[in-house]
Design a binder for this molecule. Structure first.
Ligand code: ZN
Length: 254
């Protein structure tokens, strides 16, 4: 199933499931209990929202060997975690705003894990049952501030720096390799496979849950393959995860 969150203008219903004819609106949420309604809306009748509102976005640095090498970084022996604030999350088609503090903002195409239920000290072999599904993310990064600050809170934390979506796919086997690509104005910038991640989906969820309790709707970004590069006002950025979909965002000056 592909789950989307939409502004449907039908009461306060916001979750839906993708069907061939459109989006079937559901009562409730996939994290607690939900049930289908009779209403199916067309894609152009709704505004797509980020598929979740996380309490935190956990991200992992240098999880692809080829990307670590492009900045001469070592491969970490344990996952290198950092946080992005929930206020950085935007949905499909929304604009990434380039802050005035940076002159070198980069795209990072990533597959994202959506946590389905409260997770604390989860064993690697049990991790799958804590995952609602997978979606696409762009870990937008002010590369110059990442270097000058010596830590990553500002570089990774600006409003609009975490596009998510368009849908949560609940059927995919995270162990299967999925293509991760990024295009800017139609030009291919990044292409990798999640099969090449240093730490896999189950390891990342288990590791993160040993540090902090994961709540339903929390998101774990799984790292980016090589090819990161600048985006500037006027660009159109597309992150595509095979079988999940295309996350498209425009770029504007703040
Ligand atoms: Zn990243």
């Amino acid at each position: 199933m592909k789950i989307v969150r939409v502004d449907s203008r039908v009461d306060d219903i916001t979750y839906g499931a993708v069907e061939p004819e459109g989006i079937r609106l559901h009562l409730g949420s996939p994290f607690v209990a939900w049930e289908p309604t009779e209403t199916v809306v067309a894609w152009d009748e709704v505004k797509l929202l980020a598929p979740v509102i996380p309490t935190k976005v956990i991200a992992v640095g240098r999880n692809y060997v080829d990307h670590a090498k492009e900045f001469d970084n070592k491969i970490p022996e344990e996952p290198l975690l950092f946080l992005k604030p929930p206020t950085s999350v935007i949905g499909p088609l929304q604009a990434i705003r380039i802050p005035k503090e940076s002159s070198n903002v980069h795209h990072e195409a990533e597959m994202a894990i959506v946590v389905g239920k409260v997770a604390r000290d989860v064993r690697i072999e049990d991790a799958g049952s804590y995952i609602l599904g997978l979606t696409a993310a762009n870990d937008v990064t002010a590369r110059d501030l990442q270097r000058s600050d010596g830590q990553w809170t500002r570089a990774k934390g600006f409003d609009t720096f975490c596009p998510l979506g368009p849908a949560i796919d609940t059927n995919l086997d995270p162990l299967e390799g999925l293509q991760v690509t990024c295009r800017v104005n139609g030009e291919l910038r990044q292409s990798g496979s999640t099969a090449d991640m240093v730490f896999g989906v189950s390891e990342l969820l288990s590791y993160a849950s040993s540090i902090m309790t994961l709540l339903p709707g929390d998101v774990i970004l799984t790292g980016t393959p090589a090819g990161v590069g600048p985006i500037t006002a006027g660009d159109k950025v597309e992150v595509e995860i095979e079988r999940i979909g295309v996350l498209m965002n425009t770029v504007v000056a703040r």
